[in-house]
Write a protein that binds this ligand. Structure first.
Ligand SMILES: NC(=O)c1ccc[n+]([C@@H]2O[C@H](COP(=O)([O-])OP(=O)(O)OC[C@H]3O[C@@H](n4cnc5c(N)ncnc54)[C@H](O)[C@@H]3O)[C@@H](O)[C@H]2O)c1
Length: 308
């Protein structure tokens, strides 16, 4: 039987994620939203592309959670995106209310699913979903690190004029201004970028990565990035459905790892059929550890506001 993936929110990120996932034939895709007709229209349109793509993914758009029943994975993208001048944190209260509306309905209909949260502010929304769902921590995952690392990888590849396939990178911490790109663990064909670029070039690319979301918002004006974010969540879905045991930076609920307790923070995770199957505790320098703690503190402030 094909796997079932539900995507809540069929806006820019949700619909584009459906596109990537159906094109890769990862499973059947259900798109759900509260705007009447929009998920149905986008779902049918995508379904009609499948004969051309030579894929047998079935795509359904709906406003009814019954259609999402028994999903293997549910990706939550419902929520408002930021506009120029806004930080991700400005979305907190509105998106928390949406999370309260959505998560209970998802869980009632798909009690065994794995939840992947995309809505911002990411780490706080993942924490809300974790608390509302009552799921074990391996089944609630936040998407941010794969995106932030992909941005870093793209900038490294452009700077050095090499294939993106040669570049790996790690960005840990919360999905915000305090995110922690790790140049020491970012490599080109296995060579750390700190051996390939001078310090100021590394710093420039790190800063562009931190500002990566804002750079796109500034261009778009009416919303935020969605091609790279939806590709990032697709990589996570693929790793889980194919039980790839892939090491990816994800927001995970930490219970003492890196000295952080009871909080979602971006760390290297092993993704397989059980969701987060392991959290890797890589060795960090004092400076990197301090940056991770600072990032965790800003997540802590946000979750305190909504009390999750
Ligand atoms: N984690 C990341 O790295 C990352 C990256 C990009 C975007 N985001 C976040 O993802 C979210 C979606 O971004 P977007 O660009 O797709 O926005 P969008 O406005 O294009 O789409 C959001 C959709 O959610 C729907 N929605 C709102 N309330 C809902 C509810 N209660 N139930 C179901 N659907 C509901 C809206 O109708 C809309 O279609 C935003 O919060 C954005 O900040 C996160």
């Amino acid at each position: 039987m094909r796997k079932k993936i539900t995507i809540v929110g069929s806006g820019n990120v949700g619909a584009t994620a459906a596109h990537w996932m159906a094109s890769k034939e990862l499973g059947d895709v259900v798109l759900i939203d509260i705007i009447p007709g929009v998920p149905q229209g986008k779902g049918l349109d995508l379904l009609e592309a499948m004969p051309i793509e030579k894929r047998d993914s079935f795509v359904l758009g709906t406003e009814d959670y019954k259609d999402t029943a028994n999903s293997d994975i549910v990706v939550i993208t419902a929520g408002i995106p930021r506009k120029p001048g806004m930080s991700r944190d400005d979305l907190l209260n509105t998106n928390y209310k949406i999370m309260q509306d959505v998560v209970g309905k998802v869980v009632t209909n798909s009690p065994n699913c794995i939840l992947i949260i995309v809505s911002n502010p990411l780490d706080a929304m993942a924490q809300a979903a974790y608390k509302i769902s009552g799921f074990s921590r391996n089944r609630v995952i936040g998407m941010a690190g794969v995106l932030d690392s992909a941005r870093f990888r793209a900038f490294i590849a452009m700077e050095l004029g090499v294939s993106v396939e040669n570049v790996t990178a790690f960005v840990l911490g919360g999905h915000g201004d305090t995110m922690v790109p790790l140049p020491r663990y970012s490599t080109v064909a296995g060579v750390p970028i700190t051996e390939l670029m001078d310090k100021s070039t590394v710093e420039r690319l790190v800063q562009r990565t931190r500002d990566g979301g804002a750079e796109i918002v500034k261009y778009l004006k009416t919303g935020s990035a969605y091609y790279a974010p939806s590709a990032a969540v697709t990589e996570m879905v693929e790793a889980i459905l194919k039980d790839k045991k892939k090491i990816l930076p994800c927001a995970a609920y930490l219970e003492g790892e890196y000295g952080i307790h009871g909080l979602f923070v971006g760390v290297p995770c092993k993704l397989g059929s059980r969701g987060i199957e392991d959290v890797w505790e890589i060795r960090l320098t004092d400076e990197e550890m301090a940056a991770l703690k600072k990032s965790a503190d800003s997540v802590k402030e946000l979750v305190a506001v909504v009390g999750v």
